[in-house]
Design a protein around this ligand. Structure first.
Ligand code: ADP
Ligand code: MG
Length: 179
């Protein structure tokens, strides 16, 4: 079973402590996505970590909407990747849930999507462990209680200098955010 509590941060020791936020309802997840969206810059990799139904796709959708994308944002569970061009930047939204082996990342030639001029949002990065590029920001969702109706708790980990910058900017904009 996927463990939402293991640390997604690898080998980056200049990072600040993760920021933990309580998201009492879907509206809070959407508000987070909209606030974070303008702080993401080309070249960044964002891992969205957490169990089924935790809110990963909801957050990805809110990010894209926050950038002005008006069309649908569907889960890439079956297509592996959905592509968006917003503000002249390529946004790739991945979901590796259906991978049987992490090597499928290479078989599908997905490395070429991770470029300086793209932002990659990755659901289920652990299913492509060792192949998917490391995160700049890792967003780790947990259920606040045992039911899907419960709110969520999210830890925002900065895993690179770009992630650090982004998290610092976010903290200065989000009321009550202190890590
Ligand atoms: P995932 O991509 O992680 O499998 P989805 O985003 O597809 O999850 O689904 C998450 C579900 O949880 C949706 O029904 C959404 O409305 C709901 N949801 C999202 N954020 C919250 C929250 N903070 N509290 C309660 N429900 C939420
Ligand atoms: Mg999803």
């Amino acid at each position: 079973m996927h463990s939402p509590n293991r640390s997604p941060v690898h080998g980056f020791d200049g990072g600040q402590s993760p920021l933990t936020l309580r998201l009492p309802d879907e509206a809070a997840t959407i508000a987070l996505g909209r606030e974070l969206a303008p702080l993401l810059t080309p070249g960044m990799v964002i891992w969205l970590d957490g169990d089924l139904g935790a809110g990963k796709t909801t957050l990805a959708r809110a990010l894209l909407r926050g950038l002005g994308h008006a069309g649908p944002v569907k889960s890439p569970t079956y297509t592996l990747v959905e592509v968006y061009v917003v503000s002249s930047i390529y946004w790739y939204h991945f979901d590796f849930y259906r991978f049987n082996e992490p090597e499928e990342f290479e078989d599908a030639g997905l490395g070429e999507y991770f470029r300086d001029d793209s932002v990659c949002l990755v659901e289920w990065p652990e299913k492509a462990a060792g192949h998917v590029p490391q995160a700049d920001l890792a967003l780790v969702f947990r259920f606040a209680a045992d039911t899907p109706e419960s709110g969520r708790i999210i830890d925002l980990h900065a895993c690179s200098e770009a992630g650090n910058k982004c998290l610092s900017a976010f903290i200065s904009r989000w009321p009550g955010a202190v890590n």
